[in-house]
Design a protein. Structure first.
Length: 263
């Protein structure tokens, strides 16, 4: 890939071309929704058959496979740049967040024994809600509800402490479509400090030509996931929360500048 790939190509210029593109999107959207519904039903059947005792199978096999199928349907390929396998020990995974595609990319990675934080509005889409419930999603609320967010994070911390599971969340909290790294919230770093778990950061690079931003208008392309070395949190204290958060954000800013022009 080259920097030129960052420029989103113009839409078809003719009426026929525009109609063709619209029809393609509608067909892909319909097929995607059908697959999501079928996946949710299949997962529910398997869950009932296993008495809700195989969360890792639902997440790391079924949801991973569904994510990969949906991405392939839209012509999206993933290339993972990692020096070693994902850790089995409890880990806090974080990444930048630029696109609606990110959640499909992340579940398609099949992170071991990992739960996810996702925006609660996705529960309104029934297949997302069903799948999210079965794989143990922590549903969040907007920043305007700080007390509710605190309770959600406290409950998540108790769950993670009890189970030893890993968790993914985006410190940016929302999709940042400005082409820069956004403000980092403190939730991920608070969890890492309290649990004493290392942070494994991803830098996700999606070519502008493929990136739907906050929409669903994805086009074929290759997404690169750069898995960076684990950041140890042993010795971190809550009093240093903002300083540690800012240090990690500085790393993302550096990777953003180093990796994007190289693609």
């Amino acid at each position: 890939m080259t920097p030129a790939g960052n420029a989103r190509p113009a839409r078809p210029g003719t009426a026929i071309g525009n109609i063709g593109w619209t029809c393609r999107k509608l067909v892909l959207a319909a097929v995607s929704l059908t697959l999501l519904c079928a996946g949710a039903v299949a997962m529910l059947v398997v869950t009932l058959g296993t008495l809700f005792q195989a969360r890792r199978f639902y997440s790391e096999v079924m949801t991973k496979g569904l994510g990969r199928i949906l991405l392939r349907l839209w012509g999206i390929h993933i290339v993972v740049h990692a020096a070693q396998p994902f850790p089995e020990r409890q880990t806090i995974y974080i990444s930048n967040h630029t696109s609606s595609l990110d959640m499909f990319v992340l579940v398609a990675l099949g992170l071991p024994n990992t739960r996810f934080f996702l925006s609660g509005y996705l529960r309104k889409i029934i297949p997302f809600g069903v799948i999210g419930y079965l794989i143990g999603i922590f549903w969040t609320v907007p920043q305007e509800y700080p007390q509710q967010r605190v309770r959600i994070f406290q409950a998540a911390e108790r769950t993670l402490r009890r189970t030893g599971e890993s968790v993914y969340l985006s410190p940016e909290g929302t999709r940042i479509t400005t082409g820069s790294i956004g403000h980092f919230n403190k939730g991920a770093f608070h969890l890492a400090t309290e649990l004493g778990a290392p942070i494994v950061p991803f830098y996700i690079w999606t070519p502008r030509a493929s990136d739907p931003g906050k929409g669903l208008d994805a086009r074929p392309g290759t997404i690169h996931v750069h898995v960076k070395p684990a950041i140890p949190t042993h010795g971190w204290e809550l009093g240093d929360l903002e300083r540690n958060r800012d240090r990690v954000r500085d790393l993302f800013i550096r990777w953003h500048e180093e990796l994007k022009p190289a693609q």
